[in-house]
Write a protein that binds this ligand. Structure first.
Ligand code: DAH
Length: 360
């Protein structure tokens, strides 16, 4: 067998043995690439005598054509095979049932639900939503709210303090949503009607207390604002929120540094059955603190107390969520247990509205 036949036999076997597109490409480079075995033979043509060129030269050219054709044919076959394999691997069975979307399987946490309900109610009454940071300065959390420096009321809140900064000031995790009152009054002109839901923090932890909990703050500032407005607003809210036609509320005198007079509000309820019922019964349940905004607080925000008055209230959200939806232990709220969320959570597309129902 001549050397050319030898080479042809070897290359033909390599071409046939190439299993994929990368392998046949390697064979191509090794045979007819710049430094390929056939290309090297072609380079010898220049030094041949005319006779040699006629016989051996023609044979080399023929070998090159045959090998080139064989490689192209194998390449095309491998490409077809690759496409066929891919189509087979990526087959989609369009007759399979569609998997439920996250909007069907996901659940809204009861606290988010309560916030949505509250903002729907107050939004309907013409209130805007306000927000403030969880990490507050001592000024917004206490001083501006008329907590005097060193006053024991500051200790009342079991505050989480940060390390003092270079100026010796300690930031706090806000102990209530009341600092949003200050931020709002400093940022906008009256009339003001806002509610501010959010996270709050105190060093407290048991079945009904968590170090992180939720409150909603309310604030109204206008030129003629009085306790009657406060009562009406809270009563309308409670009826809408507890989804009852009437509620009986009790305003007990209390103390908060930022309101004068201050009240704690109880709502009449029936605790004789397994679930608390509102709007009936012989029991009272405390649900919020409120009062008329203290003149010092108005002054701290640049408002003249002889021109403007206002009322404010603050309510814990977690406990009323527990009451409204019958969840026994607050700690489960923040345990991130999907079984709990699936059980107590709400469908994402059932957005609470006053016309379609809050919790329906
Ligand atoms: N910030 C108070 C607390 O966390 C609750 C509160 C009471 C808020 C009276 C108010 C208010 O706006 O007027 O205990």
């Amino acid at each position: 067998m001549s050397d050319l036949e030898d080479l042809k036999a070897r290359l033909t076997a390599e071409i046939a043995g190439a299993e994929d597109e990368a392998a046949i490409e390697a064979v191509r480079v090794a045979a007819i690439g710049k430094k390929g075995s056939v290309s090297e033979l072609l380079k010898t043509l220049g030094k041949m005598t005319p006779d040699e060129r006629k016989t051996r030269g023609a044979a080399i050219n023929e070998l090159k054509t045959e090998i080139t054709d064989a490689i192209s044919a194998r390449k095309a076959a491998l490409k077809d095979a690759a496409v066929t394999a891919r189509l087979k691997a990526e087959t989609v069975d369009v007759t399979l049932p569609v998997r439920p979307s996250p909007s069907q399987t996901g659940r809204v946490h009861p606290v988010s639900q309560i916030v949505d309900e509250i903002t729907a109610i107050f939004g309907d009454m013409g209130f805007a939503i306000a927000e403030g940071p969880d990490i507050e300065s001592d000024y917004y959390n206490f001083t501006a709210l008329n907590f005097p420096e060193g006053h024991p009321a500051r200790e009342m809140h079991d505050t989480f303090f940060f390390q003092p900064d270079e100026k010796g000031e300690r930031k706090v995790l806000r102990t209530h949503t009341s600092p949003v009152q200050i931020r709002t009054m400093k940022a906008q002109e009256p009339p003001i009607r806002i509610v501010a839901p959010g996270k709050t923090y105190r060093q407290d932890s048991d079945a009904t207390h968590s170090p992180m909990f939720h409150q909603v703050e309310g604030l109204v500032i206008d030129k003629v604002t009085h306790v009657g407005h406060l009562r009406w607003t809270l009563e309308e809210f409670c009826k809408a929120f507890f989804e009852v036609d009437s509620v009986t509320m009790r305003f007990r005198p209390s103390f908060f540094p930022f309101t004068e007079p201050s009240f704690e509000v109880d709502i009449q309820c029936d605790r004789s059955g397994p679930q608390v019922k509102f709007g009936e019964g012989n029991d009272w349940m405390e649900i919020l603190g409120c009062g008329m905004v203290h003149p010092n607080v108005l002054k701290n925000c640049g408002l003249d107390p002889d021109v403007y008055q206002g009322f404010a209230w603050g309510m814990g959200l977690d406990r009323i969520a527990m009451l409204k939806y019958g969840m026994p232990d607050l700690r489960d709220f923040f345990a991130a247990d999907q079984r709990w969320t699936n059980h107590y959570g709400f469908r994402p597309l059932d957005i609470p509205t006053l016309f379609a129902g809050l919790s329906a």
